[in-house]
Ligand binder design. Structure first.
Ligand code: NAD
Ligand code: AHE
Ligand code: ZN
Length: 370
């Protein structure tokens, strides 16, 4: 079949809209009509050539929601007409990682996902005779895409696509990092670095968990109002206090240091500050931000010897097929908020504007509605 898609043709070039050829689903695969997709900073990072797994030409996008249109042989967990959210972290429930119950990082198809192909090693997308690669196993910047069955969360049919697409990455990543990876407790002091599409959801998760102080740190003062609406109690702009005094200012503000801190910027200097503003003896820092290829983190080992803990979180620690439908329920029941965070919507033809708005610091989430 033919489908409209935005193709990342080369690093740092605008996405190009084309009618591409899409092969139908093979065994264990599902054809999904994507109804809406968010644009996450990770899409921008890959488009900018910062991703060591970035492949061009490819169809980016990993924050979608849609409807099952066709199923391949042997598919049992979803049927035509089901509403689904594509999962860049699948849940096969059979691999060593899924069975361990220690991680959400299913390994069933991670190898081929990182190579831009389906589990059988081939791509379903072509433009003329040229192969176009998949991205993070999702490619939601295409109106139709093919997904492995294990990478689809079936969700309730009354939830609006243009809002729940954000649960496909940002909402789950942020809320999950606070609730599941960190396990923020009532009365905790929390520091969140980066008040964008992820950081605001960490704040939302920390507020739900009953955190006491929730300190937000961002270079962009325009992010303050939304963060306050989502539960931030204190705002710190590193430019106001000076980079060399930032950690001390945060330690002072949190009565000796954060119980939990989160990096939602992808900047390795910020990751260090996030660790070092944690409380001596027990403070835990969670890295969510994705750093450019080649970057490394560093700190004095003494920071860890004296009890601080450095952790990472992918997709908020969520097991997608199990947890994503629950998070959709939380949204529909008014337990979490999404609507104010979707600051811009646009048709696929205008998708490059979403990247411009993100870089200008003017949007939280842009959503393409097909
Ligand atoms: P975003 O662009 O919406 O937000 C980033 C925010 O960080 C902005 O408000 C920006 O002003 C702020 N910022 C940048 N540099 C800063 C600095 N030095 N100090 C303080 N604030 C600074 O991006 P997003 O969509 O929220 O994504 C945030 C990060 O999370 C990205 O690195 C993204 O790739 C990553 N991410 C990781 C996961 C995961 O599963 N681990 C999932 C989604 C996104
Ligand atoms: N491809 C990058 C790694 C990128 C990365 O860490 N991705 C996150 C999700 S970001 C979503 O917006 C993730 O889930 N990581 C776990 C995984 O298995 O990729 C690189 O460095 O090569
Ligand atoms: Zn993302």
């Amino acid at each position: 079949m033919k489908t409209r898609a935005a193709i990342a043709v080369a690093p740092n070039k605008p996405l190009e809209i084309h009618e591409v050829d899409l092969d139908g689903p093979r065994a264990g695969e599902v054809l999904v009509e994507i109804m809406a997709t968010g644009i996450c900073h990770t899409d921008a990072y890959t488009l900018e050539g910062k991703d060591s797994e970035g492949i061009f030409p490819s169809i980016l996008g990993h924050e979608g929601a849609g409807i099952v249109r066709e199923v391949g042989a042997g598919v049992t967990s979803v049927a035509v007409g089901d509403h689904v959210i594509p999962l860049y972290t699948p849940e096969c429930r059979q691999c060593k990682s899924c069975l361990s119950r220690k991680t959400n990082l299913c390994t069933a198809i991670r190898g081929t996902q990182g190579k831009g192909v389906m589990p059988d090693g081939t791509s379903r997308f072509k433009l003329g005779s040229e192969t176009i690669y998949h991205y993070m196993g999702c490619s939601t910047f295409s109106n139709f895409t093919v997904m492995p069955e294990i990478a689809l969360a079936k969700v309730r049919p009354d939830a609006p696509f243009d809002k729940i697409c954000y649960i496909g990455c940002g909402v789950t990543t942020g809320v999950g990092a606070a609730l599941w990876t960190a396990g923020v407790e009532p009365g905790s002091n929390v520091v969140v670095f980066g008040l964008g599409g992820i950081g605001l959801n960490v704040i939302q998760g920390a507020r739900i968990a009953g955190a006491d102080k929730i300190v937000g740190v961002d270079l962009n003062p325009a992010k303050r109002a939304m963060a306050e609406a989502f539960g931030m109690t204190h705002f710190v702009n590193p430019r106001d206090v000076g980079n060399d005094k930032l950690v001390q200012a945060l330690v002072d503000l949190t009565d000796g240091g954060a119980d939990y801190s989160f990096d939602c910027t992808g900047n390795t200097d910020v990751m260090r500050a996030a660790l070092e503003c944690c409380h001596r003896g027990w403070g835990e820092s969670v890295i969510i931000g994705v750093a450019e290829a080649g970057r490394e983190i560093s700190t004095r080992p003494f920071q860890l010897v004296t009890g601080r803990v450095w952790k990472g979180s992918a997709f908020g620690g969520a097991r997608g097929r199990t947890d994503v439908p629950r998070i959709v329920d939380w949204y529909m029941d008014g337990k979490i908020e999404i609507d104010p965070l979707i600051t811009h919507t646009m048709p696929l033809e205008d998708i490059n504007k979403a990247f411009d708005l993100m870089h200008a610091g003017e949007s939280i989430r842009s959503v393409v509605i097909y």
